[in-house]
Write a protein that binds this ligand. Structure first.
Ligand SMILES: [Zn+2]
Length: 227
């Protein structure tokens, strides 16, 4: 057995996603492990104890397996008009401001867009379908309730959030100084690591209703991945 060439030796192949690692295996006595085929499948990890199986699991096949992953994208868009007030709530963070946002709930336009993106990825309509504005129990509601519901639906269907990207569109207030706090807040609410959450802002170059300072618009994209 010890004289067998490397080419004849059984191999251990570890497959992590589309990464293939092959090593020769030696028994505790310094000989070669027999060529009996034994395969262990542990979700993302596959261990193959045979040359033929190791050869069959090529990077191309691994890529094909990856393509079969269940990925869903959703987008969300929301607008709220300004009204008299002294603060706005954006992505769960309260910002002192010379106006407030009008709305049935707390008018968190960023969180509404993100919530709608999750519903969209699930083909589950929008916030209005699950929390009708006509229902008085949602008056002044904390928008975290809406996002938690959408995430709960995703989890029930075995989806995890891969990333969140939210864009707030307004001339004022300035979003940049608060963007990190918003990311942290969204991370705490969703359980998604901060590095996978983007909050950014832009103006509309003083054009349109956001340019005239009449309100704030928000766009969001959310990717869901089957667990
Ligand atoms: Zn809204």
């Amino acid at each position: 057995m010890a004289n067998r060439s490397n080419r004849e030796r059984p191999k251990l192949a570890l497959v992590f996603g589309n990464c293939l690692i092959i090593n020769h295996i030696h028994s505790a006595k310094g000989g070669i492990v027999s060529g009996a085929i034994t395969a262990y499948r542990l979700k993302q990890i596959r261990i193959v104890w045979d040359d033929s199986q190791a050869a069959a699991w090529t990077p191309r096949r691994a890529r094909e397996k990856k393509v079969q992953m269940d990925i869903r994208l959703g987008n969300g868009f929301d607008v709220h008009a300004f009204e008299p007030g002294d603060h706005v709530i954006l992505c769960g963070i309260e910002l002192p401001f010379e106006k407030a946002l009008a709305g049935h709930s707390d008018a968190d336009v960023g969180m509404h867009a993100i919530t709608d993106a999750v519903y969209g990825a699930l083909a589950e309509g929008d916030i209005g379908r699950h929390f009708p504005p006509s229902d008085p129990q949602w008056k002044g509601a904390d928008s975290q309730v809406f996002l938690a519901h959408a995430i709960g639906l995703a989890s029930d269907r075995n989806y995890a959030i891969a990333n969140i990207d939210c864009t707030l569109i307004c001339e004022a207030p300035k979003i940049g100084p608060h963007a990190e706090a918003m990311r942290q807040k969204l991370s705490a609410l969703t359980g998604v690591e901060v590095a996978r959450i983007s909050v950014k802002a832009t103006t509309s170059e003083r054009l349109g209703f956001t340019g005239r300072g009449e309100g704030i618009a928000a766009l969001a994209t959310v990717a869901l991945v089957g667990k």
